[in-house]
Design a protein around this ligand. Structure first.
Ligand code: 4NP
Length: 153
């Protein structure tokens, strides 16, 4: 089993989409995917309705997800920790206990050599178009992550 964690700030907009998209592309008996936030502002809440809507538009249901806080023990449970932006990266790295923890943390868009950005913009205060763009960026990176993981498996 390979364990992959998607991380953003609130765990209601970006990382729930990343979780849902990657789950849809991998063999779920071989790859476990979860998501978390570096803040507890929205703990226990459903994903943002705009994330739910854009995922549904592409045939993915993310309404089983609830926001939770990233915790230090996630470094033990997960092999790969994908963050959405540099501020998430810093928040997670600040909790790392050693180099073994630190090497697990990666910017998700860096998996895609053709991506024009290195950070997934925070769509929280944006209109629906922001969520559509975020979906497409995450979909392209998750396609590459999934093919790498399936190769490993
Ligand atoms: P996310 O977006 O990190 O993609 O889930 C955000 C959601 C909520 C807040 C910030 C970002 N907030 O400040 O409440």
């Amino acid at each position: 089993m390979i364990n992959v964690l998607m991380v953003c700030l609130g765990n209601i907009c970006r990382s729930p989409l990343a979780e849902g998209i990657l789950k849809s592309k991998v063999n779920n008996e071989l790859v476990y995917v979860d998501s978390a936030g570096t803040s507890s502002f929205h703990s226990g809440e459903l994903p943002d309705r705009r994330s739910i809507q854009v995922a549904r538009k592409y045939g993915i249901d993310i309404t089983d997800q609830r926001s939770r806080l990233f915790k230090v023990t996630d470094f033990d449970k997960f092999d790969l920790i994908y963050v959405m932006d540099k501020s998430n990266y810093q928040n997670v790295i600040n909790l790392a206990r050693n180099e073994q923890d630190r090497v697990k943390v990666k910017l998700i868009l860096k998996e895609n050599p053709t991506a024009s950005l290195h950070e997934v913009p925070d769509p929280y205060y944006d209109r629906e178009l922001g969520f559509e763009n975020v979906y497409k960026m995450l979909d392209a990176s998750c396609e590459i992550i999934a093919s790498n993981l399936n190769y490993v498996n």
